[in-house]
Design a protein around this ligand. Structure first.
Ligand code: LLP
Length: 431
C-alpha cells in the first residue's frame, strides 16, 4: 500500500521523502516511484496467486532497478520487445523466468531470445512459428512455446487496449481454426516444445466475466488438442489487464479476490470439459506499478478561461504534459491531482491541468477541482502514473523525459536519470 501522506504543513511525502526537497534536489517534473508500494503489490500478487507463475508485464514500466525488485519478490517477467529483453538481461534477470511476447518478432530477435535462453516464447503468427523453428534448428536449441490465441471476448475497456476480439492484430483465432493449426505446426517443429495457450483480453478490466468466457474457450481448445491430437498441454496463461483506481470513483482490483475468482472460473470450466486444470500464469503490469508512482510537476502559469453559460475554468500549466503522460490524450484517461508543496484553504475551482506542448489536446488532468489560489511555483502531484506513462513517454517538442526517482525510508535513488539536451542531440548526426 502507498506510503504517500501529507505533512503537517500540507506537503506531500512519499517513501518518507518530502516532495519539495526531492524537487529542490532533482528538479521537476519527476516520476516518484514508491519502492515499498511496488514491492508490496508485487508480493500481494505472488502470494495471492500461489501456484500460478506471475509474470510482471514490463511494458507497463521497466528499468533495471525494477527488474531486480521483480526478481527479488519472486515474480517472473514478461517482455514484449528486444529492448525490454535487453533491460531485463542487463539487470541480471534469470532468462528462464522471462516470457517473450510480440506480434512481429524478427529472426534476429528470436535468435537473441533463444540464445539468451528465455523460458518461453509466446508465438503470434504462422510466420513466427516458422522463423522460430528455423532459429532452433540453426542453434541446435529448443524453445518452449505458448500459442497466443484470441478468445473472441469484448473486454469493456478502451478500443485500442482491448485485444481479444476478432478484428485486431494479436493471436490466432480459435473460431477460424487458426489456433488449432498453429498448435499443430508447433508440434510438428522438432525444436519447439509446446507448453500451452496464452490469452490476453485487454487492459484496465474490473469485471472477471471476460476472463470467464476466455478461459472457457481456451480450455475447450486444450480439450480439443488432447482429444484430436493426443497431446496434453501443461500450461495456460490468462494474461494481464487487472484494473486500478485512477480516480476515487474506480474500484481497485484486490489480488486475493481476483485469484479466488479466476481459480474458481478455471476449475469450473476444466471440470465441465473433463480435463485437468493446467499450470496457470498471469501477467499483471498496471496493477503492480500503476499506483506505485506519481508524477510531480511545478506549476508555471495559471489562467482563468470563461466557458459557456458564464462558468469559468482554471487552466493550470505544468512543466511536463503529454510527453510524460500521453494516456489522457490517447485514451481519454482520467487522472486526479493534488497540491504537493503547501496547505491551501482556498475554495476549490474547476481546473484542468495542461502541459507545455504545442497542442490543445496536451491535457494531463481533464477535470478536477483545484485550490483557487494556485500560483506559479506550487508543486502538483498526479497519482497513479506508474503504468504506461514513463514507458510511453516521448521527446515531443524535444522535451526531456523526466527521471524515475525511487523513494524509500526517506532516501531517494535515481532509477532512471533525467534526459539532457545532449541526449537529444546524440542521435542528431548533423549536430
Ligand atoms: N500481457 C499481455 C500479453 C499484454 O499485451 C499486456 C498489456 C499485459 C500482459 C499487461 O496488461 P496490464 O496488466 O498492464 O493491463 N498502453 C495502454 C495499455 C496497453 C496494454 C498492452 N498490453 C494503457 O496505457 O492503458
Amino acid at each position: 500500500s502507498s506510503t504517500a501522506r501529507k505533512t503537517d504543513d500540507g506537503a506531500l511525502e512519499v517513501g518518507g521523502v518530502d516532495l519539495r526537497a526531492l524537487v529542490a534536489e532533482h528538479g521537476s517534473p519527476a516520476y516518484v516511484l514508491d519502492e515499498a508500494d511496488f514491492r508490496s503489490r508485487a508480493r500481494a500478487f505472488r502470494d495471492a496467486f500461489a501456484g500460478y507463475d506471475v509474470y510482471y508485464a514490463g511494458k507497463a514500466f521497466l528499468c533495471t532497478t525494477v527488474a531486480r525488485w521483480v526478481a527479488e519478490e519472486g515474480l517472473s517477467l514478461d517482455v514484449c520487445s528486444a529492448g525490454e529483453l535487453t533491460v531485463a538481461l542487463r539487470a541480471g534477470f534469470d532468462p528462464a523466468r522471462i516470457g517473450y511476447h510480440g506480434n512481429n518478432k524478427t529472426t534476429a530477435e528470436l535468435r537473441r531470445a533463444v540464445t539468451a535462453g528465455v523460458g518461453r516464447v509466446v508465438v503470434d503468427s504462422f510466420q513466427e512459428i516458422e522463423r522460430l523453428a528455423a532459429v532452433t534448428r540453426e542453434l541446435g536449441a529448443t524453445a518452449r512455446v505458448l500459442v497466443r490465441v484470441t478468445a473472441g471476448v469484448e473486454a469493456h475497456t478502451h478500443e485500442y487496449i482491448a485485444t481479444a476480439h476478432e478484428d485486431q492484430k494479436f493471436g490466432f483465432s480459435i473460431t477460424s481454426g487458426d489456433a488449432l493449426d498453429a498448435v499443430r505446426r508447433v508440434l510438428d517443429a522438432p525444436g519447439l516444445e509446446l507448453r500451452g495457450l496464452h490469452s490476453h483480453i485487454g487492459s484496465q478490466i474490473f469485471d472477471t466475466s471476460g476472463f470467464e468466457v476466455a478461459a472457457r474457450r481456451v480450455l475447450s481448445l486444450h480439450a480439443q488438442v488432447s482429444s484430436e491430437l493426443g497431446v496434453t498441454m501443461p500450461e495456460m496463461d490468462l494474461g494481464g489487464g487487472f484494473g486500478i483506481a485512477y480516480t476515487t470513483q474506480d474500484d481497485p482490483s484486490d489480488p486475493a479476490q481476483l485469484a479466488t475468482e479466476l481459480t474458481k472460473i478455471v476449475e469450473h470450466e476444466a471440470r465441465a470439459l473433463g480435463i485437468e486444470v493446467p499450470e496457470l500464469s498471469i501477467e499483471p503490469g498496471r496493477a503492480i506499478v500503476g499506483p506505485a508512482m506519481c508524477t510531480v510537476y511545478e506549476i508555471g502559469t495559471v489562467k482563468e478561461v470563461g466557458l459557456d453559460a458564464g462558468a469559468r475554468r482554471t487552466y493550470v500549466s505544468v512543466d511536463g504534459g503529454m510527453s510524460d503522460n500521453i494516456r489522457t490524450a490517447l485514451y481519454d484517461a482520467d487522472y486526479s491531482c493534488t497540491i504537493a508543496s503547501r496547505r491551501s484553504e482556498a475554495t476549490p475551482v474547476l481546473g484542468r491541468v495542461v502541459g507545455k506542448h504545442c497542442e490543445a489536446g496536451d491535457i494531463v488532468v481533464k477535470d478536477e477541482f483545484v485550490p483557487g489560489d494556485l500560483v506559479p511555483g506550487d508543486l502538483l502531484a498526479v497519482p497513479g502514473t506508474g503504468a504506461y506513462c514513463r514507458s510511453m513517454a516521448s521527446n515531443y517538442n524535444h522535451a526531456l523525459r523526466p527521471p524515475v526517482l525511487a523513494v524509500r525510508d526517506g532516501a531517494v535513488t535515481i532509477a532512471v536519470r533525467r534526459e539532457t539536451e545532449d541526449d537529444l542531440l546524440r542521435t542528431d548526426v548533423g549536430a
